[in-house]
Design a protein around this ligand. Structure first.
Ligand code: NAD
Length: 491
């Protein structure tokens, strides 16, 4: 247990018990509670938003020069690094990811603050080519109060990805973390406060998405929502945004294709495909969950993959040797089991996995074995729907034309992988596949300097990259008249 006390939430800088229900964070590896908090109520939402709006107008944050705001964000990065081990251990308890992974997420959160601090200091507004007796400029202004709504699968990293550019842009931010993983957002708010972000600019309002998230999204003082989560929720938010004429960015689901060609380096491809689907227990929007392998090497490749999947170390997230931890909740594991059963009813053969592992301290946690299904077509529901777990559907392909057609035959278009030694073919496929991110001879690697987002049902807008700050700003054009004469109107 991290604490026996009920944890406070953050209502525009005030740490206090929320007015909503008591939430327990359970350690997915054992099912035991590790923290309890009183979630936000609708009254807390209203108060946080009113006060954050006031803080935006009066704190002077938006008026600070870029290098002044940047120095505070650099301090946030430094504090995250100083407290990295403690944060990584808390996140392991909050969502059950293996410790090596939560350490990487904490490092990524620090890197994100550092990157956006640097981007902020070096960002340039533009003087555009003038077409008259005036100087024309394009500048950017902060929006005011913006909201960040995040899922449970990579807490500190996804929250930093929104908080850092939103604060860099000069805004106040209300964060609504996922119900089951509220701790990291609260930690980030504490660190922002410690680093010198003015009080009231950051709020963290844990609670039920359909109540608290919905109220935040609909609030007239909220000028933008940056959402990461499921496609159904994302579409709901997009409807609200349309009514308010509010910009949104939506980072949604995926069912990403990975393509292994005959000439691929099979050692690299086996390791990459395994990592692509089974790391994070497959609870990853970019999981490479549809595998297409050239028919000539299909049997050899899937045999090697299945052997390697059986050897993956599934277990205690506290151990540095663990590769796959538990799933987030018992309910989520049941949903994955239903998908595997659906796959079987659609004609799948379970090549490996498909069961709960037992023993070695895993009996009370929500563990599931890495699972490979064969014998399904690309149009099967199991192949098309996002399972969000360690389930890979493997299929052979015969021609490049058919491969591209099937890889693109999905409502999702978030990511894709190509494994080939032939760089011309890899280039052709990489350009032809429809996806926000394509990895060639690697998978699930990230750089905060490179934009990320999806097409179609995988989302709208991009996060990360220098331009990421502009997502949280309004663009303004300015015309400076330089003519010595009045406009001809007065003649
Ligand atoms: P979810 O959509 O159920 O919840 C995401 C967040 O939205 C949570 O904080 C939730 O409380 C909130 N929410 C729920 N209903 C809401 C409403 N009506 N109004 C406002 N907020 C609401 O998703 P999840 O189960 O937490 O996360 C899994 C999903 O997230 C998967 O589909 C996964 O692919 C996606 N995801 C996408 C990315 C990406 O970058 N594209 C990254 C991680 C996860």
């Amino acid at each position: 247990m991290i604490s026996n006390e009920l944890l406070p939430i953050n209502v525009a800088g005030e740490w206090r018990l929320g007015g909503g229900d008591v939430y327990e964070s359970l350690y997915p590896a054992t099912g035991e509670p590790i923290a309890r908090l009183k979630a936000a109520s609708l009254a807390d939402v209203e108060e946080a938003i009113e006060r954050a709006h006031h803080a935006f107008k009066t704190s002077g944050w938006a008026q600070k020069l870029p290098h002044e705001r940047a120095s505070v964000l650099h301090r946030v990065a430094a504090l995250i690094r100083e407290q990295a081990e403690d944060l990584a251990q808390k996140q392991r308890l909050d969502n059950g990811k293996p410790i090596n992974e939560t350490r990487a997420l904490v490092a990524s959160a620090a890197g994100t603050f550092q990157f956006f601090a640097a981007a902020l200091e070096t960002l340039e507004d533009t003087i555009t080519p003038s077409r008259g007796p005036f100087v024309t400029m394009s500048v950017h202004e902060p929006m005011g109060l913006v909201a960040a709504i995040t899922p449970w699968n990579s807490p500190i990293a996804s929250e930093a990805q929104k908080l850092a550019p939103a604060l860099a842009a000069g805004n106040a931010v209300v964060v609504k973390p996922a119900e089951v993983t509220p701790l990291m957002a609260l930690e980030l708010a504490r660190i922002c406060e410690e680093a010198g972000v003015p009080l009231g600019l950051v709020s963290v309002l844990p609670g039920k998405g359909s109540v608290i998230g919905d109220a935040i999204t609909k609030h007239p003082l909220v000028k933008r929502v940056s959402f990461t989560g499921g496609t159904t929720t994302g579409k709901h938010i997009a409807h609200i945004a349309a009514d308010k004429m509010m910009p949104v960015s939506l980072e949604l689901g995926g069912k990403s294709p990975t393509m292994v060609l005959e000439d691929a380096d099979l050692d690299h491809a086996v390791a990459g495909v395994l990592y692509g689907i089974f790391s994070s227990s497959g609870e990853s929007c970019i999981a490479g969950s549809r595998l297409f392998v050239a028919r000539g090497i299909y049997d050899e490749f899937v045999t090697r993959l299945a052997e390697a999947a059986k050897l993956l170390r599934v277990g205690d997230p506290a151990s540095e040797r663990t590769q796959m931890g538990p799933l987030i909740t018992a309910k989520h594991r049941e949903s994955i089991e239903r998908y595997v059963a659906l796959g079987v009813s659609e004609g799948a053969h379970i090549r490996t996995g498909g069961v709960r592992p037992h023993g070695e301290g895993r009996d009370n946690g929500y563990f599931y074995t890495p699972t490979i299904l064969e014998g399904l077509t690309n149009s099967a529901r199991t192949t098309q729907e996002e399972i969000f777990g360690p389930v890979l559907v493997a299929m052979p392909f015969d021609s490049e034309e058919k491969l591209i057609e099937e890889a693109n035959d999905s409502v999702y278009a978030l990511a894709a992988g190509v494994w080939s030694r032939d760089f011309k073919r890899a280039w052709r496929l990489g350009r032809a596949v429809q996806a926000g991110t394509v990895w060639v001879n690697t998978y699930k690697q990230f750089s905060v300097s490179t934009p990320f987002g999806g097409w179609r049902d995988s989302g709208l807008g991009r996060e990360k990259g220098r331009e990421g700050i502009f997502q949280y700003m309004e663009q303004k054009s300015m015309y400076w008249g330089t003519n010595e004469q009045p406009l001809p109107w007065s003649k």
